[in-house]
Ligand binder design. Sequence first.
Ligand code: NI
Length: 237
Amino acid sequence: MVTHALLAAALTLTAAPAAAPAAAAASAPAASAQAPVDCARVKCLALTFDDGPGPQTPALLKTLRKAGAKATFFLVGKKVEQRPRIARQTLAQGHAIGNHTYSHTSLPRLLDEEISQEIRVAQTVIEKATGYRPTMFRPPYGHTDERVLRTADEANLAQVLWSGTTLDWSLQDAAKIKKTVLKLARRDGVILMHDTVPATVKAMPDILMELKKQGYHLVTVPTLLRGKGPKSGVSYP
Ligand code: NI
């Protein structure tokens, strides 16, 4: 019995990452379980974190778990190679993960073949680390064009941009980042932050508390899209 349960859990984690929220609910501590949220009925907001996994990511995951909040992480392939376990843990806690290229370079200046390479190598690295092949992609610096979108589509990826950016990397101050997030928050919004910015991770317990007080449900981008996406070749929001 026990052996079977463990084996089933292991198989679920490695072979069926699409079912990660269910797996997390079954095997992880209760705090990481989240009842299905219907964003058509309640006020939802998607927090997104780019450029990791980094040294601060485990602390951020802990904060999110305590708050029962879900988020979306756009991972850089090169960083996933350095911290594959953190990438795996992010997914196992019910968060969504997406592709943020292999080396975090501005794509529109590259040749078609190079753009494709950046996206595809990141897909492979992320899948190798987590068992999950992303369906979402975010171009570094938000630099994109028709070619980038088409190349993402060829890799079966939707493009996810944002409705508000905190510029947390330039603020580098927890109080200012908190203020900016609260100003940008709106129903169905997608907020861009970075788990590589220590002040962002530091500000997050306060930010989550305040957003929840304002009635927000903190969800992943796919949850925000209410089952209507992400669709390959489409740019959101
Ligand atoms: Ni980035």
